[in-house]
Design a protein around this ligand. Structure first.
Ligand SMILES: NC(=O)c1ccc[n+]([C@@H]2O[C@H](COP(=O)([O-])OP(=O)(O)OC[C@H]3O[C@@H](n4cnc5c(N)ncnc54)[C@H](OP(=O)(O)O)[C@@H]3O)[C@@H](O)[C@H]2O)c1
Length: 302
């Protein structure tokens, strides 16, 4: 067994132990307690879905959910009964921690899947693995994104390609790949933008980031008309500054403080400020919210 597989086996054993300890009345299923996928992913079918919440039994793919906003969304959806695919590209340990924490709740199930969400082949992996493990797809959360910082003078082709691949092409092709399997009617697609697309305080070095996020907002608007006819809603969540590695990278503390001061509460957002809004959009209650860009920024942009 490779060191990686050993580590995952240890994680799974710990999860089962913790689950049994936390829920002594729940008997562990005899089938498929631990299922390895190509040596990189695992699923634990011991967690019982609780059909009391409005996401019970639904299956969600959340790109970039091993940490930060995506991890918070995965936990929130699972806490409401959804079975979730925790997607990562490098950090399997963090992804497994998210899976463990979801399993410990004993509500929705969770599996971690390694896939590069900015590639078409990554989209295929995510869809194939989700169908293989859960048999359906109800909710797509296109959360993974990158935010580089370069002015026009500094921008080169790889930089702009990286932004459009991750922030536009990847999400678009994941939707395209998943669409034939997306539950219809009732499917939910949630893209991610930034409140900077409408902030007058935007800085020149946000060029490629803001351009790519503006593009995905337009993709979302147009798709809502196309897929809305099939009973699938398509919306975009547009956070303000949220305290994550993506936000902090390259910023001195004084810059971070001055950005926080632009929010009425004089603080940055937290991933947990954003996740419940995504959960609402993913729920049946949001069936008449379609084609909208929902800003979640504490008043950073009004
Ligand atoms: N933070 C903010 O202030 C802010 C504001 C507005 C909008 N947003 C948007 O919100 C979304 C989430 O932002 P965040 O701040 O939570 O980001 P983050 O801290 O950079 O999130 C990192 C997560 O994305 C995953 N990831 C990175 N590249 C990936 C790829 N190619 N394929 C699959 N997963 C990948 C990472 O996986 P590994 O762990 O494997 O590396 C990790 O799970 C983004 O779309 C961002 O533009 C953020």
């Amino acid at each position: 067994m490779s060191p990686r597989s050993k580590l995952q086996a240890a994680f799974c054993a710990l999860a089962q132990k913790f689950h049994a300890h936390s829920h002594p009345s729940v008997e562990l299923s005899t089938e498929n307690k631990t299922n390895y996928v190509n040596g990189t992913n695992h699923v634990d079918n011991t967690s019982a879905s609780v059909p009391s919440s409005n996401l019970a039994g639904k299956v969600a793919i959340i790109t970039g959910s091993s940490k930060s906003i995506g991890a918070s969304i995965a936990k929130e959806l699972a806490s409401q009964g959804a079975n979730v695919v925790v997607n990562y590209v490098n950090d399997f340990k963090s992804a497994d921690e998210v899976v463990l924490s979801i399993q410990s709740l004993g509500k929705g199930k969770a599996v971690s899947v390694k896939a590069d969400a900015c590639t078409i082949s990554g989209s295929k992996t995510l869809v194939d693995e989700t169908l293989r493990l859960f048999g359906r797809i109800d909710i797509l959360v296109l959360n993974a994104g990158i935010m580089g910082s370069k002015t026009l003078e500094e921008v080169d082709e790889p930089f702009i390609d990286a932004h459009f691949n991750m922030n536009v092409k990847g999400p678009l092709f994941l939707v395209k790949t998943a669409l034939p399997s997306l539950v219809t009617p009732g499917g939910r697609i949630i893209f991610f933008s930034t409140s900077l697309t409408t902030a007058s305080s935007v800085l020149p070095n946000a060029l490629c980031y803001v351009a790519s996020k503006a593009a995905i907002e337009q993709v979302s608007r147009v798709l809502s008309r196309d897929l809305g006819a099939r009973g699938i809603t398509v919306n975009t969540v547009s956070p303000g500054p949220v305290d994550t590695p993506l936000f902090r990278e390259g910023k001195p503390q004084r810059v971070i403080d001055s950005i926080a001061a632009q929010c009425p509460e004089n603080r940055l957002g937290n991933p947990e400020d954003v996740a419940p809004v995504v959960a609402f959009l993913a729920s049946p209650a949001a069936q008449w919210v379609n084609g909208q860009v929902i800003r979640v920024n504490g008043g950073f942009v009004v």
